[in-house]
Design a protein around this ligand. Structure first.
Ligand SMILES: NC(=O)c1ccc[n+]([C@@H]2O[C@H](COP(=O)([O-])OP(=O)(O)OC[C@H]3O[C@@H](n4cnc5c(N)ncnc54)[C@H](O)[C@@H]3O)[C@@H](O)[C@H]2O)c1
Length: 344
């Protein structure tokens, strides 16, 4: 069992917590490291409710070399999944140094520690933001990346570059960067899910918060784009499917014998407009949504969705959940949050 231990940095966060479940279900032993800068300890309780036991968790900062070395000294890791990062695009334009320090700093300290303890396999959270507005859709991994629209997006581009350079220099080291499209949904039990701080910047948490009455109405950012109904198109992927892609990536890395670096899109391969998502939500929740159309939001990409051929064929992974499944689970999770808020 010891050889199948996986360190999950940022494991108390939205995607990390779901990945911890997927890891256990595939016979790995996840160990969470999180400083709870953007998550709550209640996530660990949710994990326990799902798994019927605790997951080992270290509380601390991934930029703290002494702490990281202590964690590696106490465990024999087969690999690491590195989620720990700040992710608020808007805040990153106001506080770029905070984003570079955390997102790049943590990756550097992690790689140094992995090198020191000879841990070879790393899965890195990248993002479709590295493509900007792609010239050709669906977007392929080989599509040239565009200039980042935000310091946050740039930390993902730089992260990919650091990994490529590191792997070239280090015989036997292996990494996969997963470029996530738009994660939504929650564990079907509603024991864990996304905890957006403040006003959500993403569509689905805004929809569910509006439906539950936390927000008065949803404003669509523009309906004059060149899409079927004028609203922006994204590739929405259920977080359970995304979690599973990390298991597949890790298993693939562990089979490699030489140094290895590759990039994979993780999406469904389908695009949906904002209006399609709203209508699908109204259908699964049985509730009409209060929304209005506002002006375009600067920096928004008009349309993007993934070509998933590479991850389908190389990693044997394919999204299983539909948009309706994802929205149903997001809605269940929001209702559960609301129940616990009312009970407090
Ligand atoms: N959610 C998305 O839409 C999305 C899309 C593309 C990429 N990503 C990337 O996926 C990763 C996970 O995203 P998420 O949505 O789960 O975010 P999240 O904020 O829910 O999870 C990140 C976790 O990392 C922790 N953390 C941050 N900095 C840390 C540090 N220095 N040391 C220890 N812990 C730290 C936070 O407390 C949080 O629990 C991030 O790297 C993010 O940039 C997310």
């Amino acid at each position: 069992m010891a050889m199948k231990k996986i360190l999950i940095t940022g494991g108390a966060g939205y995607i990390g917590s779901h990945t911890a479940i997927a890891m256990v279900n595939s016979g790995f032993e996840p160990v969470i490291l999180d400083d709870f800068s953007n998550s709550e300890k209640s996530m660990l309780v949710g994990l326990r409710d799902i798994l019927g036991r605790d997951i080992q968790c270290y509380e601390g900062n991934c930029n703290d070399k002494t702490f990281l070395e202590q964690v590696f000294a106490e465990n024999d890791f087969l690999g690491v999944i590195h989620f720990a990062a700040f992710k608020a695009v808007g805040e990153s334009t106001q506080k770029p140094l905070k984003y570079y320090a955390n997102n790049i700093g943590s990756l550097l300290v992690l790689l140094e520690t992995m090198e020191k303890f000879e841990v070879k396999n790393l899965v890195f959270s990248s993002s479709c933001t590295v493509y900007g507005q792609p010239d050709v859709l669906p977007v392929l991994e080989s599509t040239p990346r565009k200039d980042a629209e935000s310091p946050y997006g740039n930390t993902k581009k730089i992260g990919e570059d650091i990994l490529r350079d590191y792997i070239k220099s280090k015989p036997g080291a292996r990494a996969i960067a997963l470029r996530y499209f738009n994660p939504i949904g929650a564990h079907p039990s509603a024991a864990i899910g996304e905890l957006p701080l403040g006003v959500p910047a993403n569509l689905v948490p805004f929809i569910t918060q509006t439906a539950v009455g936390i927000r008065e109405k949803l404003t669509l950012y523009g309906n004059d784009y060149d899409t079927v109904d004028g609203t922006c198109v994204r590739d929405y992927i259920h977080v359970m499917d995304l979690a599973d892609a990390h298991v597949k990536a890790l298993e693939y890395l562990a089979q490699q014998e030489l140094d290895f670096f590759d990039l994979f899109n993780v999406g469904t391969g389908n695009g949906n407009t904002v209006l399609e998502v709203i209508h699908a939500f109204e259908k699964v929740s049985g509730m009409p949504l209060n929304y209005q159309v506002g002006p375009r939001r600067p920096g928004d990409v008009e349309k993007t969705w993934a070509n998933t051929d590479k991850i389908n064929s190389k990693l044997g992974w394919k999204a299983q959940y539909s948009l309706e499944d994802s929205l149903r689970d997001s809605w269940k999770w929001q209702q559960k949050l609301e129940e616990s808020r009312v009970l407090k």
